[in-house]
Design a protein. Structure first.
Lengths: 248, 329
């Protein structure tokens, strides 16, 4: 089972805006929160076959690819191109789908959403460009006995579903899909020393296009909190709060 | 300008996030409501407050629904698609954005039109900031931020025309739903619309005490919420999770029991009007976000509250004595 896992390198500290109202990417970065579970599933499903990890991002994003290699991914591809800085979701989708097309894959996995933008739409966009089915926000992935289908569990606010589709397919992975494995010594060394393949938009036949969405303003909406130390009887206070007799 | 709004039902009722989506759509002009499940009378009368046009069908296949919604957008010459951030709606949003080459903006709390230009207000930085974005061509997919939308006063609509969604075929292979099991514990007060939420975390120490807090909350007409730590410990079920990856809520009162205040949890209730925190650690980060700071053993407080819920009447409130609190570093 050949698996491609699409990962995202995000600022380690969330959402800092520069004076020009673009996201400040100059600080430390880290792998987006849910991606570790997508890699865990990818390594497991790939078994003896390849689990290729792919990212599009600035030069610093290589740390996320090396982390993925340490977690067991077999190979890493970095789409690194200044012309792609500030790309919108459509361009990002075309770039990543082109890598999938180039590699060929039975399964494409992504985190359910990125921990910075949190849009959660890239899995569906990749699936649509590839004309593949999507199992969204799932865990407990299983390959069918004949290796032509994929089934998974989806939990949402209302209940739990078991869903399945034929391969090839895209699946977006929810939090805690697996228990993070300990990094093996050989994977640690491989992660630090493996060559990371670098591709540009031109290599992939994608024409970069700037986003048509402009950020025009960012304002603080933080509520001032009172920070009042309560010294009376908490139980009586909470009871009256619940009875609506204390003004909120 | 016309918007197509994806609405969703749970237990035969329109979800709160769907109403937020209808409100955002209505602020841009005419609305066509679309649903992948047959709309109940209750849902239709809720939708009638925002529009008199609804299209529905019973469609398990999200990819097919997305293709049908794309047809509706084109047929109604609609400029925007508005939806809630559920897994299914995000799939519709993503597939449709590719089909129609539309930009996507998420975490939307308001939208306005100035001529052809669409201006959108979004929730950023875990609720600490509002970011304003503009789409000059005025066409976009908008994903709303639940409980961040201040709903426009809607028309008291009485009649609504409901029709079937167009039938479409896609070449995308099917996703089958093999089984479906609703969560066993029905919510007495839904988290996303509750006025008062009592939430428990790791500091409560056991599943039994979390259960006691939940029972107490329900006895007082409040909703129960849990931190990530409580859910991971298996003390509370996933659908009670409050935080960046769970429910994002804006109740009048949020009381946190034994919750330290991880950033991802804080993002879930930062818009609450009054935040009360109970924790025996005076350095707990949650106190930085609290209006009322109660430095006490949350386990003991919950045990006493649980005992109160058994007694018939609560005693008269004592006058709270309050002083300014600064978190010890």
């Amino acid at each position: 089972m050949k698996v491609v896992v699409l990962v995202k390198d995000v600022p380690a500290e969330l959402a800092h805006y520069t004076p020009a109202i673009t996201l400040d990417r100059s600080g430390e970065s880290a792998m987006s929160g849910v991606d570790v579970f997508a890699i865990g599933e990818g390594v497991r499903l790939a078994a003896a076959d390849e689990c290729v990890v792919v990212t599009m991002g600035p030069a610093g994003a290589v740390v996320t690819l090396r982390e993925a290699l340490m977690l067991g991914a077999t190979r890493a591809i970095h789409v690194l191109d200044d012309a792609l800085v500030g790309s919108d979701a459509l361009t990002t989708t075309r770039v990543l789908a082109a890598v999938v097309g180039r590699e060929g894959a039975d399964v494409v996995l992504l985190g359910r959403e990125s921990s910075d933008a949190r849009m959660g739409t890239l899995p569906a966009m990749i699936a649509e460009v590839l004309s593949w089915p999507l199992l969204s926000a799932v865990d407990e992935l299983k390959i069918g006995v004949d290796a032509t289908s994929l089934s998974a569990r989806r939990r949402d606010d209302h209940g739990t579903a078991r869903v399945s589709t034929s391969l090839p397919a895209v699946a977006s992975i929810a939090e805690y899909a697996n228990a993070p494995a300990e990094v093996a010594t050989r994977d640690l060394e491989r992660g630090l020393t493996s060559r990371v393949q670098v591709l540009t938009a031109h290599d992939l036949g994608v024409t970069p296009a700037p986003s048509i969405v402009r950020m025009v303003d960012v304002e603080s909406v933080e509520r001032e909190r009172r920070h009042e130390l309560f010294t009376g009887d908490p139980v009586a206070y909470l009871e009256s709060l619940l009875a609506g007799s204390v003004a909120s | 300008m016309t918007s197509v709004v994806v609405v969703e039902q749970a237990s035969g009722l329109l979800t709160e996030a769907s109403i937020d989506a209808l409100s955002v759509g209505a602020s841009l002009g005419a609305v066509v409501a679309v649903s992948s499940s047959l709309l109940t009378d209750a849902s239709l009368s809720a939708i009638a407050a925002w529009t008199d046009v609804a299209l529905h069908a019973e469609l398990d296949e999200t990819a097919v629904f997305a293709a049908a919604v794309a047809v509706v957008l084109v047929e109604h010459d609609a400029a925007t698609l508005v939806c809630a951030p559920s897994a299914a709606s995000r799939e519709v949003a993503g597939r449709l954005a590719v089909r129609l080459s539309l930009p996507i903006i998420s975490a939307v709390s308001a939208a306005t039109l100035n001529g052809a230009e669409l201006t959108v207000r979004t929730v950023a930085d875990g609720g600490r900031r509002a970011a304003h974005a503009s789409v000059p061509v005025g066409r976009a997919v908008l994903i709303v931020q639940p409980s961040a939308v201040s709903r426009d006063s809607s028309q008291a609509g009485t009649r609504i025309e409901v029709d079937s969604l167009p039938t479409v075929v896609t070449r995308i292979r099917a996703v089958a739903v093999e089984s479906w099991a609703p969560h066993s514990e029905a919510r007495h007060a839904p988290l996303d619309s509750a006025r008062i939420v009592l939430a428990g975390g790791r500091g409560l120490g056991s599943a039994e005490r979390i259960g006691a807090l939940r029972t107490y909350a329900e006895s007082r007409g409040a909703a129960f919420g849990a931190s990530r730590a409580a859910v991971e410990s298996g003390w509370a079920s996933y659908e009670t999770l409050v935080g960046q990856t769970g429910a994002t809520i804006a109740p009048d009162v949020y009381v946190a029991f034994g919750i330290s205040g991880a950033p991802q949890h804080l993002a879930g209730f930062r818009s609450a009007k009054l935040i009360v925190a109970v924790n025996d650690d005076p350095t707990a980060p949650i106190f930085d976000e609290a209006d009322v700071v109660i430095v006490a053993d949350a386990r003991e407080i919950v045990d006493r509250l649980a005992a109160q819920s058994l007694s018939s009447a609560s005693s008269a409130a004592t006058q709270p004595s309050i002083a300014h609190f600064t978190r010890a570093e």
